[in-house]
Design a protein around this ligand. Structure first.
Ligand code: A2P
Length: 289
């Protein structure tokens, strides 16, 4: 079964989860049920902004695994930041999911406006103490955003979910997160979409066809995606590969029968060139409303 990481909330998170960004609501219902019942996933990562929380809820309801054995994450969209808006958005997410709690609720992006971000975090702390989110955290936070919350005092995020893969190993964020006891989750762990991607900075996927990755995959008789997922696991990261294809969904969690060697890891380390497939938080231009 999938290894778990203990969060600073005291709850545990399965280290591999299914990402559903860019899956339609209908696709999501199908792939969530498949992932749980056929492939053995126990962790699903969605967001209000993905437009498929209802599909996640139907997929869970139609699966044969009890809710309490699953780990469900959703996220607060930017336009709902602030104290009251965040509380209302959280309740709306729960209603769409058809759940009475989530395991993890995340702020989707930081804001340029620190004061509003802090009011959002007040709401996240209230949501955590209500028990309706077993843990709360953030996404796309740079070290300075994490330090803002640390300086505030009170509850710290359980996780920071950031774009992270061998081209962008996010060394600074991981060091700050480690100091503060915050777990790191990798989005676009396989190097992102093979298509046009999202946002002005988005780029096509080059990792899945990278010669270093494919050579290592051949060495282990595994696929490039499986090599990349092992890289995240062996780096202590939580990883949420996205696919809408059953064979790939199954493949992406079939990663516990091999290990990358020191040589493999040192070869992969040479791929660090800082390239992103998604948006940098500063590019989001998220000011006050
Ligand atoms: P698809 O959903 O069509 O399978 P990331 O998780 O880094 O954002 O990247 C996921 C991208 O890689 C998606 O475009 C997904 O497309 C594709 N993908 C996911 N799993 C695999 C796999 N095992 N082999 C090849 N491509 C994959």
């Amino acid at each position: 079964s999938t290894p778990e990481i203990t969060l600073n909330s005291g709850t545990t998170i399965p280290q591999v989860g299914l990402g559903v960004w860019q899956a339609t609501d209908e696709q999501t219902e199908h792939i969530v049920r498949f992932a749980i019942d056929e492939a053995g996933y126990r962790h699903i990562d969605t967001a209000a902004a993905y437009g498929n929380e209802a599909g996640v809820g139907r997929g869970i309801a139609s699966s044969s695994v009890p809710r309490d054995d699953l780990f469900v994450t959703t996220k607060l969209w930017n336009s709902d930041q602030g104290f009251e808006p965040a509380l209302a958005a959280f309740d709306a997410s729960l209603a769409r999911l058809g759940l009475d709690y989530v395991d993890l609720y995340l702020v989707h992006w930081p804001l340029l406006d620190d004061q509003r971000l802090l009011r959002t975090w007040d709401a996240m702390e209230e949501i955590a103490s209500s028990g309706k989110a077993k843990a709360v955290g953030v996404c796309n936070f740079e070290p300075r955003h994490l330090k803002l919350l640390a300086d505030r005092g009170g509850l710290l995020p359980a996780v920071d979910q950031v774009e992270l893969h061998p081209h962008l190993p996010q060394t600074d964020i991981r060091a700050t997160a480690a100091e503060l006891g915050i777990a790191v989750e990798s989005w676009s762990p396989l190097g992102g979409t093979s298509g046009s991607g999202w946002g002005p900075a988005s780029k096509p996927n080059t990792l899945l066809t990278d010669p270093i990755i494919t050579r290592i995959a051949d060495r282990h008789s595994k696929t490039p995606a499986q090599v990349l997922i092992r890289w995240h696991l062996q780096n202590g990261l939580i990883v949420i590969p996205k696919s809408v294809h059953e064979d790939r969904i199954a493949q992406n969690i079939d990663v516990f029968d091999f290990e990358l060697s020191e040589l493999d890891l040192s070869e992969i380390a040479t791929l660090d060139d800082g390239t992103r497939v998604g948006m940098h938080p500063d590019e989001m231009n998220l000011g006050a409303p």
